[in-house]
Structure formats: structure tokens, C-alpha cells
Design a protein around this ligand. Structure first.
Ligand code: FAD
Length: 293
């Protein structure tokens, strides 16, 4: 099933993201954690591809196994900055062979050693995917602007071009202040981007995670978020509880403001995904019942 069919229906959706192992010896552990996350009942899942622009050996295998185990759509991330056209076409063939219909098409971060650059931007990959099959294609977007962009207007201009290349839906970079997302949504609708947008929520459950996230995404950290980490970061248990509550509160506020599609960066942690769901249980049921009235 194509993810866009879920996103176009009236029901709200909850999706969970996992990442593949770097080495074969970790595969069983990682797929085990991903199964547990999948058994919590998300509408769909996604599996990242490499990191820092690198290629990934295990994404397609994980997507394939998750789809078979869970019977829900699983989105295969695919980056292009470090791949040749031939390698991308091979991956697309593998996806077709395994009946994987959903791709999140990304450029990837440019590696320090330089990329291959047969594709310069995600839009070039999107063209390639369209020429090689009938896939549902998602793409990334950045409520605070992509870190490489000169300003938000430039980023929005390229986002519009990317969507016009044939994107079915967008998923956002993590954000810790919902107003940033609401303003972004308003601006993209204003410039004619009408595809569904999944709001990306990252539960920050340890202070160690924070410096990595700040560096990676450049996400703005509001005062209440910083105060939470300052206060509870010294205790692993307290920080975990606070981080889960913060993410759940963000989601509740999004739902209360009519946002229908929530994507949680679960970081391969079934315990965290489960705790977030626990915080939302009645609220989610209520949202589902509202959508079917
Ligand atoms: P693009 O859409 O190509 O944009 C990159 C930059 O180029 C932006 O500044 C944009 O404004 C600019 N640009 C676009 N088109 C043009 C043009 N025609 N001319 C000039 N400038 C242009 N990374 C991974 O390695 N693996 C993953 O699995 C992964 N998953 C992600 C999932 C989500 C939801 C998000 C938000 C990010 C993910 N990333 C992942 C990170 C992503 O690869 C990086 O943020 C990367 O730097 C940009 O990728 P993109 O697809 O957004 O690029």
C-alpha cells in the first residue's frame, strides 16, 4: 500500500522511524527492536538510509523484513549524494523486486570527503525515481530552513521546485517549538505546496543526544526545553521521563491545532515509543473517532 493513500484519508496517522545497523553483527538486535516498535501499531514506519551522506547496506533488507512481519507500509529512505546513477537504479530495482512502494527521496548530507554528485539535489533523485517505477515518493522539509540555505525564502523556493518534481508528501525535520511548524505550514500553503506534511517529533531523552541534535539539525531550542535539559539532564531516568512528556505535549498541541500526521523519530527505542503512546492513548482514540464521524 502506498503511504499517500493513508495520508489522504480522513484518519490521523502516526508513523515511527528506525535506523539500520552499520554492521551485519548488529542486524538481529536492530531488527528485533524495530519489530517491537512496529508491534505498537503505527500506521506506517520508515527506515533511514546511511548517515552523513554515506550509503546503506541494510535499509532495503530491513524495510523488506518489517513489511513482511508487520503488514503495514514501510518507507525506504534513499539518499543520492554518494551514489552513481547505476547504483541508484540497482537500488530501485531491488525495491521493485521486494514490492516496496514507498521511498523518502533525499540528497543526503555532503560527506567531508566529497560526494559523487551525479545527482546534485533531491529533486534530481525524484526525477530518476519517476523514470524507474511507480513509487509513492516523500521528501524532507525544514520548518527552520535547511542549514545550507542562505535564508528561508530561498529554501522554500527550492522546496516548491522539489514538490513540483513529483513529491506525494513531506516529512519535516525535528522541531522543538510548534509555532515554527505552524508558521512553516502557513508559508508553504501560501506558495502553493498542497501535499500532506508529517510533523517530525524527536523525543530527547538524554542530555548526550542534545549536542548531536543541535549540530545535526540546527534546531532552535526554546527556553522551556533548555530549562528541562538543564534541570533533569543529570539524571538518566528523570531526563527520559521529561523528554517523553515534552514530545507527548508537542504532539497533543499539534493534534489540538488540527495537524493530522505525526512522525516520531523513535531512535530504535521501543520503550520510548511505547511511553509516548501511553501518554496519548485516550487522545489518539478520540482523534480516530472524530475522524470517522
Ligand atoms: P535537498 O532537497 O536537495 O536540499 C538540500 C539543500 O539544497 C537545501 O539547502 C536546498 O534549499 C538546496 N537546494 C535544493 N535544490 C536546489 C537547487 N536546484 N539549486 C540550489 N540549491 C538547491 N539523511 C541521511 O543520510 N539518511 C536519511 O535517511 C535521512 N533521512 C531524513 C529524513 C528527514 C525527514 C529529514 C528532514 C532529513 C533526513 N536526512 C537523512 C538528512 C538529509 O539528507 C539532509 O538534511 C540533507 O542535507 C538534505 O537533504 P534533502 O533531501 O533535504 O536535500
Amino acid at each position: 500500500m502506498k503511504v499517500i493513500e493513508l495520508l489522504k484519508s480522513d484518519r490521523p496517522t502516526l508513523s515511527f522511524e528506525v535506523f539500520p545497523p552499520k554492521t551485519q553483527d548488529k542486524f538481529e538486535n536492530v531488527i528485533g527492536a524495530a519489530y517491537k516498535i512496529g508491534h505498537l501499531g503505527p500506521d506506517f514506519m520508515s527506515v533511514t538510509y546511511g548517515a552523513g551522506g554515506g550509503r546503506s547496506r541494510y535499509t532495503v533488507e530491513m524495510v523488506d523484513q518489517l513489511q513482511s512481519e508487520l503488514g503495514i507500509p514501510v518507507l525506504s529512505h534513499l539518499t543520492c549524494v554518494s551514489s552513481t546513477r547505476e547504483q541508484i537504479r540497482e537500488t530501485l530495482d531491488q525495491l521493485k523486486e521486494k514490492k516496496i512502494e514507498n521511498i523518502l527521496a533525499l540528497r543526503g548530507d555532503i560527506p567531508e570527503s566529497g560526494g559523487i554528485f551525479e545527482y546534485r539535489h533531491a529533486a534530481d533523485l525524484i526525477d530518476e525515481i519517476h523514470q524507474n517505477g511507480d513509487f509513492c515518493i516523500g521528501a524532507a522539509c525544514y520548518p527552520e530552513g535547511h542549514p545550507e540555505s542562505a535564508d528561508k525564502n530561498e529554501d522554500l523556493k527550492y522546496l516548491k521546485e522539489k514538490v513540483d518534481a513529483g513529491v506525494d508528501f513531506l516529512t519535516t525535520q525535528m522541531f522543538f517549538q510548534n509555532e515554527l511548524f505552524y508558521r512553516f505550514l502557513y508559508r508553504i500553503r501560501e506558495i502553493g505546496i498542497q501535499v500532506p506534511v508529517c510533523a517530525g517529533i524527536m523525543p530527547v531523552t538524554s542530555s548526550r543526544q542534545l549536542s548531536r541534535i543541535g549540530g545535526m539539525s540546527g534546531a532552535f531550542m526554546p527556553q522551556n526545553f533548555i530549562a528541562m535539559v538543564d534541570r533533569f539532564g543529570g539524571s538518566a531516568d528523570a531526563m527520559k521521563q521529561a523528554g517523553i512528556q515534552y514530545a507527548a505535549q508537542q504532539i497533543i498541541d499539534l493534534l489540538a491545532n488540527g495537524v493530522k500526521h505525526i512522525h516520531v523519530y523513535t531512535m530504535n527505542r521501543p520503550d520510548i515509543a511505547a511511553a509516548i503512546l501511553e501518554n496519548l492513548s485516550e487522545i489518539w482514540k478520540y482523534e480516530i473517532s472524530r475522524s470517522t464521524q
